[in-house]
Design a protein around this ligand. Structure first.
Ligand SMILES: CC(C)(COP(=O)(O)OP(=O)(O)OC[C@H]1O[C@@H](n2cnc3c(N)ncnc32)[C@H](O)[C@@H]1OP(=O)(O)O)[C@@H](O)C(=O)NCCC(=O)NCCS
Length: 189
């Protein structure tokens, strides 16, 4: 059985490993390893330790566990507004997903949907009526957000040295619709 709970400081190591595994699997083909933080468990672990010890206002960090093993992580809160937007806008959105990563050996079991649904429900309970997130255009896994009804709302660019990485914002104008789309059960192995 998969259980979702609030992340705790002791989860930092497992969260870092899942995040780095996700970056390696989904982004390594187009984001250069010149961004050392992105692919380093040590750097990610200390980021998580700090973030979980002193959580930013109104942010939510969740982990999905099977037994004692963390199999997915998901976080969100107020929009970060740190993108260089080139088209469209997400001004009307009051909540943003900061990250969603499932352990690669467990893709396709419904863990991503469970985590996103729980995060959306937490944010809705705090008064948010909509939700957005940024995804890399070249991310082969972003079809997950299309599947759950996300609409393309904006585009942005991120410059890493001479590499231009294009991003797109998905939005759910009605957070309740997303919560409903996320209600399917998780598959047992
Ligand atoms: C994206 C990600 C979180 C999805 O998690 P997951 O647990 O494998 O997804 P789920 O099993 O919950 O899938 C839910 C639904 O989306 C569909 N789906 C999952 N991945 C998909 C994809 N790449 N393209 C299209 N549909 C997809 C599933 O088939 C399922 O649909 P169903 O209702 O017909 O069964 C996971 O693949 C991941 O961690 N990827 C790498 C990191 C990443 O890209 N994170 C997102 C950053 S923006």
């Amino acid at each position: 059985m998969i259980v979702v709970r609030e992340a705790e400081p002791a989860d930092a190591e497992a969260m870092a490993r899942i995040q780095v595994a996700g970056w390696t699997k989904a982004y390594a083909s187009f984001i250069p390893d010149r961004i050392p933080a992105s692919y380093s468990v040590d750097v990610r672990r200390s980021e998580w330790q700090k973030r979980l010890a002193e959580p930013a206002h109104a942010t939510v960090n969740l982990v999905a566990l099977e037994g004692a093993q963390i199999l997915g992580i998901c976080g969100g809160g107020p929009p970060l507004r740190d993108e260089t937007i080139t088209e469209g806008n997400i001004d009307a959105y009051t909540a943003q997903v900061y990250g969603l990563y499932v352990a690669p050996d467990h893709y396709g079991r419904g863990i991503g949907r469970l985590l996103l649904g729980r995060l959306a429900a937490r944010l809705a309970a705090s008064g948010h009526r909509n939700l957005c997130l940024w995804a890399f255009e070249l991310n082969a896994y972003r079809g997950f957000y299309d599947r759950l009804g996300g609409k393309a709302e904006a585009r942005a660019v991120w410059h890493v040295g001479d590499t231009v990485i294009r991003e797109m914002a998905y939005g759910w104008a009605d957070i309740g619709g997303l919560i409903e789309a996320c209600l399917n059960e998780v598959k047992t192995e």
